[in-house]
Design a protein around this ligand. Structure first.
Ligand SMILES: [Fe+2]
Length: 175
């Protein structure tokens, strides 16, 4: 279940409804999907996408999203340090970055134009849509990363990161 942290206010919010309202007020979509299927490590991308179809299909057709896939990051992932560094520097994308956590966990950090900085720890069942143009970074942790997530795109080319070079991410780290 998601946990929202607002470091400058020393605030941690665990309540899903409060988290939903917090993101709603900032025009950021956050949702939680349930699924009875328990996947093991051999589950294929298609098995996972089918298991979440009842939520995934209406979400995609409503938002005009065209493709979905499943990414896995774990301790066996090659060049994890390089992959982590790519996600860890503050950046934006030209389209929404949408992730649904099938398993594992990771932190999405947001840096809004208002100056607010907050972190959403996403875990199994959490969906977050980082709006296009919103400054953010992501961390699955330095050691033993574990993320299994559905990615949802309009056009995958929109996922290219545009780095801000602000280095703001160095001021914050939690996992
Ligand atoms: Fe991103």
């Amino acid at each position: 279940m998601a946990v929202l942290t607002i470091p400058k206010e020393n605030k941690v919010i665990n309540n899903s409804q409060e988290i939903r309202e917090f993101f709603n007020q900032r025009s950021i979509f956050f949702d939680q999907w349930e699924c009875d299927v328990i996947f093991d490590d051999t589950a294929s991308q298609d098995e996972i996408l089918v298991a979440y179809e009842k939520d995934l299909k209406p979400f995609m057709s409503k938002g005009g999203y065209q493709t979905a896939d499943v990414i896995s990051i774990n301790k066996l992932t090659e060049n994890y340090d390089l992959i982590r560094a790519k996600f860890l520097a503050e950046h934006t994308h030209s389209e929404d970055e949408i992730r649904f956590f099938v398993d594992g966990k990771g932190e999405f950090w947001f840096h809004l134009e208002s100056g607010e900085v907050f972190c959403l720890l996403c875990e199994k069942g959490d969906l977050i849509a980082v709006p296009a143009g919103t400054k953010h970074w992501f961390d699955a942790g330095k050691e033993n990363p574990f993320v299994k997530a559905i990615r949802i795109f309009i056009d995958m080319s929109g996922w290219v990161p545009h780095y801000t070079d602000s280095k703001i991410e160095l001021e914050f780290s939690k996992i």
